[in-house]
Every structure is written in structure tokens, then in C-alpha cells.
Design a protein around this ligand. Structure first.
Ligand code: GNR
Ligand code: NI
Length: 169
């Protein structure tokens, strides 16, 4: 297994639209294991392939306290949604930013599991938030895109400052 590097805002690769997976094979399963290891090491509850610079529609999620309930969603698609909930979100690709975002309260997702089998799942609460957050990543979208223009301007400035600090010798 290998730890992958998580891209951070405003890396342009976070804006790419990921392509559907056409074969769930051993190579893809190896990549999924690397994604899971990377998510656990970063203490995230989810990770999308886009965040590690791979433009494929693959997501890993684990909401369990014991970190032993890995969910793998390949080519996930929301087929039904209803209700509204507001949750304070964070993102491994947007460090140190936590803001409230409005999302659907319940979603039904169709996807392939790590064996390539078609599955459907009903999610609510935090799982529903996480699924929507991760599918957004696959479409090149970040949770900060839902914030006010003013907050986004502040984030852009903060990210620019961070980048200048990191590249200074
Ligand atoms: O670890 C994460 N926590 C989180 C909290 C509230 C709403 C969404 C998330 S997902 C985030 C990990 C991540 O960035 N996934 O893309
Ligand atoms: Ni994220």
C-alpha cells in the first residue's frame, strides 16, 4: 500500500471532471486500498480520487468511530434526493476551513462496489452529506463554492498567502 498526496485548494486538478471507471480490476482495487490508507492517515471521513490527482469516479467513505467500516463507491450517482439539512463541512483539500453548507437530507445512490457489483444505498444525515461532498469532488466542485462571494474572496487570499509561504526558501 502507499500513501497518496492530497491536493489542496486552489490546485487546478481539483476542478477536473472525473471519468467513469470502465473496469473494476486488480489495479483499481490496489488504488482503492491506497485511497483508504490515505483517508485514514489524514483522519478524514471520505476521500474522492480527484483529491489525489486521479480523474476517475472513485470514492471511499468511513464514518465509523473504529475506522473499520470502509465503503467504496465506484461511479456513484444520486438517483433520488429529498429534504434539506445544514451541516458544518470541512475538506482535506481545503485545510482549516469549516463552514455550514445546505444539502439534501436524504439521497439514494447507485454505484459499483469493489467487486464491480451494482449496488444501491439510501443515506441520510452525515452519510448523505459526505456522499454529496464526495460526488461534488468528482465533478470538480468544492464545498467552498457554496459560500458567499465575500467568504470565497477571503479564502482565495488566504490560499494565495499560504502558497507564497510554502514556496518561500
Ligand atoms: O473528513 C471530512 N469531514 C467532513 C465533515 C463534514 C462534511 C464533509 C466532510 S468530508 C471530509 C473529507 C474530505 O475532504 N472528503 O472529500
Ligand atoms: Ni473534500
Amino acid at each position: 500500500m502507499a500513501l497518496l498526496q492530497i491536493l489542496t485548494y486552489p490546485d487546478p486538478r481539483l476542478r477536473e471532471k472525473a471519468q467513469p471507471v470502465d473496469a473494476v480490476d486488480a489495479q483499481l482495487r490496489q488504488f482503492i486500498d491506497d485511497m483508504a490508507q490515505t483517508m485514514y492517515a489524514a483522519k478524514g471521513i471520505g476521500l474522492a480520487a480527484t483529491q489525489v490527482g486521479v480523474a476517475k469516479r472513485v470514492v471511499v467513505i468511513d464514518l465509523s468511530a473504529e475506522r473499520d467500516r470502509l465503503q467504496v463507491l465506484i461511479n456513484p450517482r444520486i438517483v433520488a434526493r429529498d429534504g434539506v439539512q445544514v451541516c458544518e463541512e470541512g475538506c482535506l483539500s481545503v485545510p482549516d476551513v469549516f463552514e455550514e453548507v445546505e444539502r439534501a437530507e436524504r439521497v439514494t445512490v447507485s454505484y459499483l462496489d469493489r467487486d464491480g457489483q451494482a449496488q444501491q444505498m439510501d443515506a441520510d444525515g452525515l452519510l448523505a452529506v459526505c456522499v454529496q461532498h464526495e460526488i461534488d469532488h468528482l465533478d470538480g466542485k468544492l464545498f467552498v463554492d457554496y459560500l458567499s462571494r465575500l467568504k470565497q474572496d477571503r479564502l482565495r487570499k488566504k490560499a494565495g498567502k499560504r502558497q507564497r509561504e510554502e514556496t518561500r526558501v
